[in-house]
Design a protein around this ligand. Structure first.
Ligand SMILES: Nc1ncnc2c1ncn2[C@@H]1O[C@H](COP(=O)(O)OP(=O)(O)OP(=O)(O)O)[C@@H](O)[C@H]1O
Length: 257
């Protein structure tokens, strides 16, 4: 099974250590929530894993392969899938075109097998079926011919998750996936994450401030504070810990009860 691991991962910005010697392994079939107060280093830790940011020291490995020197796109190809805030969408194309492009990019074109009409047709049919399946899963089939630029924000965020799913990554990284979504939109994303979780071969990392979401989805919680990993364990255990409650999550005992 492909395991993601960081070893002694550190990044310094001048004199400030934003992520400080984080050693942690993430198993397939597990959703790990990464929590901590504002400025704790959660997004920076994500950036170091996905390759948006180069570490000062330490390593990132996936399935034993050292990706520390790899670019962000090489890490994506290796199986690290990160949802970005809408930067992967083509706003001037339709919803369906966006999904088809993502599926095609992942599954490759017919050119690999030469010009065999049967394989051209069957590849095309597979591609359309997969695009359809993804659109169904994000409940956007009825808007497939709309330009992405005209979609409401929540639908664009859902589409982004579908494009990520099209890449079929080993590891899914979500940074506050429901931020800016309304009450009707957020459940669709949470449902998608729940479904991904049911696929026991996937590793899911979730940065999330909303404790109700964390409580519902997480199998494990790690807590960052001042760039350091200060707690790691079962959700109930970590959430109940008074130190974590007051010092790191910034919620009162009553809120978390
Ligand atoms: N490129 C950068 N240059 C300088 N400092 C940075 C940079 N990126 C992050 N930082 C600093 O590193 C620290 C961690 O920031 P980060 O955004 O990772 O925190 P976070 O836990 O994700 O916070 P939030 O919950 O508010 O999103 C902060 O003090 C931030 O100002």
């Amino acid at each position: 099974m492909t395991q993601l691991a960081t070893h002694d991962l550190t990044v310094r910005f001048g004199g400030h250590v934003a992520v400080n010697g984080v050693t942690c392994a993430f198993e397939p079939g597990t959703l790990t929530a990464i929590v901590g107060p504002n400025g704790a280093g959660k997004t920076t830790y994500f950036n170091l894993i996905s390759g948006q940011l180069k570490a000062t020291s330490g390593t990132v490995t996936l399935g034993g392969r050292d990706l520390s020197g790899a670019s962000a796109s090489e890490r994506t190809r290796a199986g690290l899938g990160r949802a970005f805030q809408l930067t992967n969408l083509f706003p001037r194309l339709t919803v369906l075109e966006n999904v088809r492009l993502a599926v095609q990019a992942t599954r490759g074109g017919t050119h690999r097998r030469g010009l065999n009409l049967w394989s051209v047709w069957s590849d095309h049919a597979d591609l359309l079926a997969r695009a359809d399946e993804l659109l169904e899963s994000i409940a956007l089939k009825d808007r497939e011919h709309e330009l992405v630029a005209n979609l409401p924000h929540g639908d664009q965020r859902k589409l982004e998750v579908a494009l990520l799913m099209a890449l079929e990554p080993q590891v899914y990284m979500f940074d506050e996936p429901t931020a800016g979504m309304n009450h009707a939109e957020a459940p669709v994303i949470l449902d998608l994450i729940r479904k991904l979780k049911a696929d026991r071969s996937k590793t899911i990392l979730l940065v999330e401030h909303k404790m109700d979401v964390v409580r519902e989805l997480a199998d494990r919680i790690i807590v960052l504070h001042n760039g350091t990993l200060v707690a790691d364990g079962e959700p109930a255990e970590v959430i109940a810990s008074p130190v974590v409650q007051e010092a790191y999550l910034g919620v009162s005992q009553k809120e978390a009860a």
